[in-house]
Design a protein around this ligand. Structure first.
Ligand SMILES: Cc1ncc(COP(=O)(O)O)c(C=O)c1O
Length: 437
């Protein structure tokens, strides 16, 4: 079945069009495998997301989750739209600061933050979402050495079950993240922080998982976070000013999957927050969200050249393309579905059942199985959709494959935003000890 999202179309040659450019020409100009990102689509998604919440709530901070795609140009587009950043490593923090996002609009998450990372965060007034008691002690100690006050929130584990892949469900009680709410551990964290001289308690944070297509878990999350905000106010007289619900809004990857409109999440979350503010006399908090996938996933495609076609009697035909799990690991890692078409044959019937394989020596190296495509020939151009998030950032050099290039399209303009790796890039860090020479 031909499935094109609203921001793509086919031209009269049956070729895929990205922005105003023919994907076949892009592949010819820049080579394959090639990631292509559509700037206008990212801007549109950011505006949708922002509007959905800002139309219901005044104090809003949208922090783009750099882990989805930390390319400098992509981060710059989002900075340009007014986004803050959610970072989870020193380098993501440096990228966000370098793009011109002020530290005050950055949140730092993760369950293992190094001393260097904490120093850089504290120096830039980044909001650190502390994950455990030892980290809290470290933050206080480092801030005191630096003669600064650290802005902190606590990552709490609200035990919300979000319907998604187990690897990306992060809000369950057994998960590695955050302070447990049910046992009172989270409240204790606020109590301890309140006694610390160099820690300013600012926020509460949770992230219940990724690729969520249902608004209900967000409502449950908001209930649990706001109940804790009220308890912290009542028992410790601490006003939590930043309520951070994390990211996780999914996108439809498969034909028939329904989009989760941010408006649906906004309505449910904001009504919970309003009720708590009113019933407990709380100050109106800044609502923080950390969308990654929602903003960039469907702006990205991967173009891969069809090399070889192998027929198997009574079984799907194997099509080998020049991008595999090295370029896009999600199908191999999570069994994730990415829609595939032939970008140069959108006007033909998809009537051959195929498996699409990458070039690596692993049976797990496939991009899709049991798909229907037009009859493929050598030199055709496969397009893998929805790869703008968790695509290039999770790519590898397995079998010494260079990572693909990435191009940004804006209307009729296209420019490289990450050049293709070369043999020199692949071997640059290796050393042969003298005794082997
Ligand atoms: C703390 C945190 N925030 C935000 C995100 C972004 O999630 P998504 O890309 O699903 O919106 C993640 C993803 O793992 C995360 O761990």
């Amino acid at each position: 079945m031909l499935m094109l999202k609203e921001h793509f179309r086919a031209n009269d040659m049956g070729h895929l069009v990205v922005g105003k450019l023919d994907a076949v020409d892009l592949a010819k100009t820049f080579g394959t495998p090639l990631y292509v990102m559509d700037e206008q689509r990212i801007r549109e998604k950011y505006r949708n997301f922002h509007r959905a919440f800002s139309s219901l709530w005044r104090n809003l901070l949208v922090c783009y989750a750099l882990k989805a795609n930390s390319n400098l140009a992509i981060v710059k587009i989002l900075q340009n739209e007014g986004s803050g950043a959610d970072v989870s490593s020193e380098n993501e923090l440096r990228i966000a600061l370098g793009a011109g996002i002020s530290g005050k609009r950055i949140v730092f998450n993760g369950n293992y933050k190094t001393r260097r990372e904490l120093e850089l965060a504290i120096a830039n007034d980044v909001l650190i979402n502390v994950d455990n008691f030892q980290e809290l002690e470290a933050v206080d100690r480092i801030a005191s050495h630096m003669d600064k006050r650290a802005r902190v929130g606590f990552r709490v584990n609200p035990d919300v079950r979000a319907p998604t892949h187990p690897y990306i469900a992060t809000g369950l009680r057994e998960s590695k993240f955050g302070f447990d709410v049910a046992s009172g551990q989270a409240l204790k964290a606020y109590e301890r922080a309140a006694k610390m001289k160099d820690v300013e308690v600012v926020g509460i944070h949770a992230h219940i998982g990724s690729q969520i297509l249902d608004a209900a878990p967000y409502e449950e999350e908001a209930e649990k976070l706001m109940a804790l905000v009220a308890e912290v106010k009542e028992k410790l007289d601490i006003s939590i000013s930043h309520v951070d619900l994390g990211g996780g809004i999914g996108i439809p990857y498969k034909p028939g999957e329904k989009e989760l409109q941010p408006e649906m999440v906004a309505e449910r979350v904001v009504s919970v927050v309003r009720r708590f503010v009113k019933e407990h006399g709380l100050e109106e908090p800044v609502l923080v969200f950390e969308p990654g996938r929602y903003l960039v996933a469907d702006a990205g495609i991967l173009l891969a050249r069809v090399g070889y076609i192998k027929e198997r009697l009574g079984m799907p035909t194997w099509i080998s393309v020049d991008a595999g799990m090295n370029a896009l690991i999600r199908p191999a890692l999570y069994g994730a579905y990415h829609h595939i078409e032939l970008a140069n044959k959108l006007d033909q019937k998809n009537d051959v059942v195929v498996n699409v394989a990458g070039p690596l020596c692993e049976s797990g190296d496939f991009l899709g199985k049991g798909r229907k495509l037009p009859r493929a020939e050598q030199g055709d151009l496969a397009v893998i959709f929805d790869v703008g998030a968790y695509g290039i950032v999770m790519s590898s050099q397995h079998t010494a494959q260079p990572r693909p290039a990435m191009v940004l399209v804006n209307g009729d303009k296209a420019e490289i935003i990450r050049r293709r790796e070369t043999f020199e890039d692949l071997t640059r860090l290796d050393r042969v000890p003298g005794w082997l020479e």
